[in-house]
Design a protein around this ligand. Structure first.
Ligand SMILES: [Zn+2]
Length: 439
């Protein structure tokens, strides 16, 4: 018995001094490394670090990206109260000089395709749900497409316990047949917080956001020995990889950055024991922080909305008075919606037949007409609506006006309203014919 004890002690000694580290598989309990103390302080969350999965950044492909497209913001022309148009100056989008080529253009639509291999409708639905969270704060749209070859972002679900994404517009340099993002551990029973945390994080990379714990502003000071050991045991990472993914800070010369934000979705979740100064564990962030939301809006700013414009035009005929309202970004961007109705002024209703004509690029006009007081009741309609493809509208000609005059004769009026050059797709034009005689 004594001999056995000696041999065991000897073996133990040999093992601990061996130059070859014991290779352990991912998912091992790291509690011995981090010596996690029991926290009794109120308000301090105690985490279980035995199965923390992390995102491994994909190195940026090399190559020259085309410059970030930053179109100047064309302010909409001012439509004066009398219907005349005043051109306004063109202003430049903010933050241009600080923009990185890895960021997308504000307002850009990024197409995303998802592999059906190793994924379910449920999992793909989660990816769509959490990717689109960014759209609430960044002026960016993710359009999910079915064809892999049409997608800028190509999502795979290879079950290798590794999640990663190529960063920002460098996806455009990735080989077209390869994935640019992988989710390596999703199943139908994955916890909702894991879907939320992982998907939101990876789509943050798509927008060009990097790991927050490597921010040039990061105050983190790592206990190197513990940090290398911790990530080796938990995620099978080499020292080199721990340096590139955890410890090295990004250069301030090529990154835009905020004050360090420990609540950022782009921050790793790890125990405070890895830091020289200890403190609180880096929390498990499952949703965008307030700073994430704010900076998403700063790097992808929304366009300044144009306020609704109002006024009244006259047709130079019979004291006609037609009120107008021009609204912006209220219908689909490819079209303009026109509305015409009969109204009243000073208690007197406008009546009979009225018409406006919208000139088209094929040389014709399309008409909206209103009518009441017809002897045939079914002919009466006091409002009319038409949506016209913006590119089909001839902006060089004005809107025409016509109305029923003496004996009901349909008569063109002496006005071409030069409004169309001031419109853009997404506008709604509402006209109300309120007065038709001088009495
Ligand atoms: Zn990441």
């Amino acid at each position: 018995m004594k001999h056995l004890l000696v041999i065991l002690t000897f073996l133990y000694f040999v093992n601990t001094v061996s130059a070859q580290p014991v290779i352990k598989k991912p998912g091992k309990d790291p509690s011995a490394i981090i010596n996690q103390p029991i926290r009794n302080a109120p308000g301090v969350t105690k985490y279980d670090f035995s199965d923390v999965k992390i995102c491994i950044d994909k190195p940026l492909p090399t190559g020259n990206l085309p410059p970030r497209i930053l179109p100047p913001v064309q302010r909409d022309p001012k439509i004066n109260r009398d219907g005349s148009i005043s051109k306004t100056s063109v202003s430049q989008q903010g933050l241009v000089s600080e923009a990185s080529p890895y960021l997308w253009a504000p307002g850009e639509t990024i197409t995303v395709a998802m592999s059906t291999a190793n994924s379910t409708d449920f999992i793909r639905g989660k990816v769509m749900q959490y990717a689109k969270i960014w759209e609430l704060y960044a002026n960016i749209r993710f359009a999910f497409v079915s064809q892999w070859s049409n997608a800028m972002i190509r999502v795979a679900f290879v079950p290798n316990h590794t999640s990663w994404s190529v960063t920002g517009r460098s996806v455009l340099l990735a080989p077209r047949d390869s994935a640019t993002m992988n989710f390596g551990w999703f199943t139908n029973t994955t916890a909702e917080t894991d879907f939320s945390s992982t998907i939101t994080h990876e789509f943050g990379h798509v927008l060009g956001f990097l790991h927050e714990h490597q921010s040039p502003n990061s105050p983190l000071e790592w206990n190197l020995e513990k940090t290398y050991e911790y990530f080796r045991v938990t995620n099978n990472m080499s020292q080199e990889r721990v340096n590139s993914q955890v410890i090295n800070k990004f250069s301030s010369s090529y990154t835009n950055f905020s004050a360090f934000d420990r609540l950022s979705i782009m921050c790793y979740h790890f125990p405070a024991a890895l830091l020289v100064n200890g403190g609180q564990d880096m929390p498990y962030n499952t949703q965008l922080s307030e700073m994430d939301k704010k900076y998403a809006g700063i790097w992808y700013p929304a366009f300044i909305p144009t306020p609704t414009q109002y006024g009244v035009i006259t047709t130079n005929d019979d004291c006609d008075s037609i009120s107008f309202k021009i609204e912006y970004d209220v219908v689909e961007k490819y079209q303009v919606e026109f509305n015409l109705s009969l109204g009243s002024m000073n208690g007197k209703k406008a009546s009979w037949w009225k018409q406006i004509g919208i000139p088209l690029t094929n040389g014709t006009e399309t008409y909206l007409e209103v009518l009441n007081n017809s002897l045939i009741p079914s002919e009466n309609h006091t409002s009319s609506q038409q949506s016209i493809v913006f590119n089909f509208i001839d902006k060089t000609r004005g809107i025409s006006f016509a109305k029923a005059k003496f004996l009901g004769i349909h008569t063109p009026l002496n006005l071409r309203w030069d409004l169309l050059s001031a419109l853009r797709g997404g506008c709604r034009v509402t006209l109300q014919w309120n007065r038709e005689t001088c009495q």
